[in-house]
Ligand binder design. Structure first.
Ligand code: GRF
Length: 211
């Protein structure tokens, strides 16, 4: 199969982006990251991309009249580079319905909980882990899923659980979950680029052989 052109959207540190960059550099993924776009100027993920000679753009929302205009620009940037798969790696903005239909079942997101727990509007980053600790659940984890019109409601590709210990802190839990995020995001993107992921009736089937 020919290599898949990947575009990544970030808003922050970019450790998930770094995990993808490292796997691609190790030739573990049949894909290449053509462009990274951040809505935050100071996102460290932009530096990570530049350090690996990947084109990185800060797209300032205040330069656009509306969310729709901003998303139209995102689509333009990605399409002009032939990008076929979008990865949201810590991207904190909502995508427009135009964007989602343009890349139907071609947008992969990583969420730091076992969806549907601790997901949906307002649940992102450390807020998720604090809610997990406050609720006192014994298991949490991360979820990789396709993005649909809802918030964290698209077809689930992969999930992995981590124990929540009695003496767990926000930092220790965040680190544990981030570790399985990196593992699963790399695995999911690899499977996608190998043509081994299909969606039927909003359910994901991971084929044992290439499609
Ligand atoms: C992490 O909590 C991740 O679950 C979420 O964004 C946060 C930052 O990730 N998707 P990263 O280090 O910027 O990749």
């Amino acid at each position: 199969m020919s290599s898949v052109n990947i575009g990544v959207l970030i808003s922050g540190g970019g450790t998930n982006l770094q995990a993808l960059i490292d796997s691609i550099e190790n030739k573990d993924i049949n894909g290449n990251i053509k462009l990274v776009i951040s809505n935050k100027k100071d996102a460290h993920g932009l530096k990570r991309a530049e350090n690996s000679n990947i084109e990185a753009i800060y797209l300032n929302r205040s330069n656009f009249a509306s969310e729709d205009e901003y998303n139209k620009k995102l689509i333009e940037e990605f399409k002009s580079r032939g990008i076929e798969l979008i990865v949201l790696a810590g991207y904190l903005k909502v995508l427009s319905s135009d964007f989602i239909s343009e890349y139907d079942m071609k947008i992969i997101n990583i969420h730091p909980s076992l969806i549907p727990s601790f997901s949906g509007k307002g649940y992102y980053g450390e807020i998720v882990h604090q809610a997990v600790l406050d609720r006192g659940v014994k298991l949490t984890g991360a979820t990789v899923h396709f993005v649909d019109e809802g918030t964290d409601t698209g077809p689930i590709i992969m999930q992995r659980a981590v124990d929540v210990e009695l003496d767990e802190t926000l930092e220790s839990l965040k680190a544990k979950v981030l570790k399985v995020e990196h593992e699963m995001l790399v695995e999911s993107v690899k499977l996608y680029c190998d043509g081994m992921i299909e969606v039927q009736d909003k359910k994901v089937n991971i084929r044992k052989v290439q499609i």
